[in-house]
Design a protein around this ligand. Structure first.
Ligand code: NI
Length: 174
């Protein structure tokens, strides 16, 4: 039986979320355990994607599950992901982020991408994704580069949400 631990999710304006994550050198037991913990944390939140930096681990790994509620769970683990192709066609999705709770805004991104990555067994994959999966992959990959979906919004909107969460963090800190 797998032992999984739910981890704490880091919220903005924590500067950890702005750090660039390091490539994973070998997919060992520690990485497998990290992926399991991240899936556990993501499902418990609940959310459809989680990057390692969101639990304070600066490694190039994210997990996601875009299956619909009525389907069974379909966890995906992406290690050292790289986008090798993006479509010219764009699509708009309303995005949210576990590090920016209860805040949603529309973001425009390439509608389809090809992504190369290793799974939690160290096996290499390249998939072409579109729809929600393509958006999720791009959102999570941004996290590994210290980028958040609010970076795509107007400065006015971004400043407003940053201010709100900075105020909340101060209240919690007291
Ligand atoms: Ni996010």
């Amino acid at each position: 039986m797998k032992r999984m631990t739910k981890r704490d999710i880091i919220i903005i304006p924590d500067p950890v979320l702005r750090k660039v994550c390091e490539p994973i050198v070998s997919v060992d037991d520690e990485i497998k355990r990290l992926a399991d913990d991240m899936l556990e944390t993501m499902y418990a939140a609940p959310g459809i994607g989680l990057a390692a930096s969101q639990i304070g681990v600066l490694k190039r790994l994210f997990v996601l599950d875009v299956s619909k509620e009525e389907e069974s769970e379909a966890p995906m683990v992406f290690i050292n992901p790289q986008i090798t192709w993006s479509s010219d066609e764009l699509s708009v999705y309303q995005e949210g982020c576990l590090s920016i709770p209860e805040y949603y805004e529309e973001v425009e991104r390439p509608a389809a991408v090809k992504v190369q990555y290793l799974d939690q067994t160290g096996k290499e994959h390249e998939i072409e994704a579109d729809g929600l999966l393509a958006t999720c992959i791009q959102h999570e990959l941004d996290h590994l580069n210290g980028k958040l979906f609010i970076d795509y919004l107007s400065k006015l909107k971004r400043d407003r949400v940053m201010k709100k969460f900075t105020k909340q963090a101060k209240l919690v800190g007291k």
